[in-house]
Design a protein. Sequence first.
Length: 198
Amino acid sequence: MGETDAQRPLTRDEIANIVQDVLTHMHGEETGGVGSLYRELGALALFIRQARDDIAAVRPDDIRSTDIPRATDELDAVVGATEAATNTIMDAAEKLTDIGGEVGGDVETRVTEIVGRIYEACSFQDITGQRITKVVKTLKVIEGKVERLLRAFGDEVAGSSAEFEPAPTGDAALLNGPQLPGKAMDQDEIDRLMAEMG
């Protein structure tokens, strides 16, 4: 056994085999404390198997490789779209201020007041961005924990993503939301598709 083998954590199967070997050697020697130990080791082996099966059922490899990155990308897109919309609103408000200045008088005062309220309302973008950043950081922590679970249980749970979620039906099938930047069809592709359809 090399140094790297001694340092790596035991796999679930290795632990189960050790427990099974102990149980096999103890079989027939069930007296008092030994019988209790026998039952405890059996319960431990069952617990380990159940934990592995439970972890595999939540598809940790899909969570790490697909779900969390997709959620992070969607949240980044929300921050980007919110920032772009806020900038557009602020630019329009600035133009209104300029127009109010050209008109002058009572109109300028009213426009300046309204534009001030628009600027105040646009502060939501900064707060929203901060909150979404916190959510993304939390997702990264979860991703790290899932990664550690995958390393601990190895291939026994990593390949369990064969069970796909059923395709959404009804209204849920239509609720895909906007495409992420770079993944949506551009206008030229849409025009070409429409031309092909006749």
